[in-house]
Unconditional design. Structure first.
Length: 196
């Protein structure tokens, strides 16, 4: 038996979301069907407002309530170091640690030959402006240790040869077993070892 078209359309829509397959999408739709009509209306209103009310910081490209976000307005941060992240979620993860005291810049995407994302799609011009405005002398490249992240990090190093380029330390995650570590992870763990 096939679901009515409006249910099938919603299942297909949800299944296009990251990490959501058809079964999970189906569960989402049937969860919504069990909710009170006013709850679904509230959700629809929130989704409708999303594109209208979303504002990005003109300096770091993160979400903001104003033209310039709170982090970029904070004059007590270290202006000499700029942390380059792929997305807004990564920025917030790093900020939650309380360990980084500089400013940020959100790339929004990484170099990816499969998805035809080349250097011309990266916001390099905006990054140049951010570096110039802050008078930064170091870029902390906080990108994934994937092929795309590594390619983008190398591209940034070539693009900004006069700046110190640093990366987050890499190695074995806490609580992991050595027997399950791949050679590259184990190699990096040895290379970036810490004193006890």
């Amino acid at each position: 038996m096939k679901y009515p078209d409006y249910i099938q359309d919603l299942i297909q829509y949800f299944s296009k979301w990251p990490s959501v397959g058809p079964k999970t999408a189906e569960r989402y739709v049937f969860y919504l069907l069990q909710q009170a009509p006013h709850k679904i209306t509230e959700l629809a209103d929130s989704l409708r407002r999303l594109p209208q009310e979303t504002l990005y910081c003109q300096e770091c490209r993160s979400l903001s309530k104003n033209q310039v976000c709170e982090i970029c307005q904070d004059k007590n941060r270290d202006h000499q170091i700029l942390c380059v992240v792929e997305n807004i979620q990564d920025l917030h993860l790093i900020e939650k640690t309380g360990q980084f005291k500089g400013y940020y810049f959100v790339l929004g995407k990484l170099l990816n030959t499969i998805e035809s994302i080349g250097p011309e799609q990266l916001p390099i011009k905006e990054l140049h402006l951010a570096i110039k405005k802050r008078k930064a002398n170091e870029l902390l490249v906080a990108l994934d240790f994937s092929l795309e992240g590594e390619s983008t990090a190398m591209y940034l190093k070539k693009t900004f040869p006069d700046l110190k380029i640093s990366r987050l330390a890499r190695g074995l995650p806490s609580g992991s077993d050595l027997e399950y570590a791949d050679e590259l992870t184990l190699s990096n763990a040895l290379k970036y070892k810490n004193d006890i």
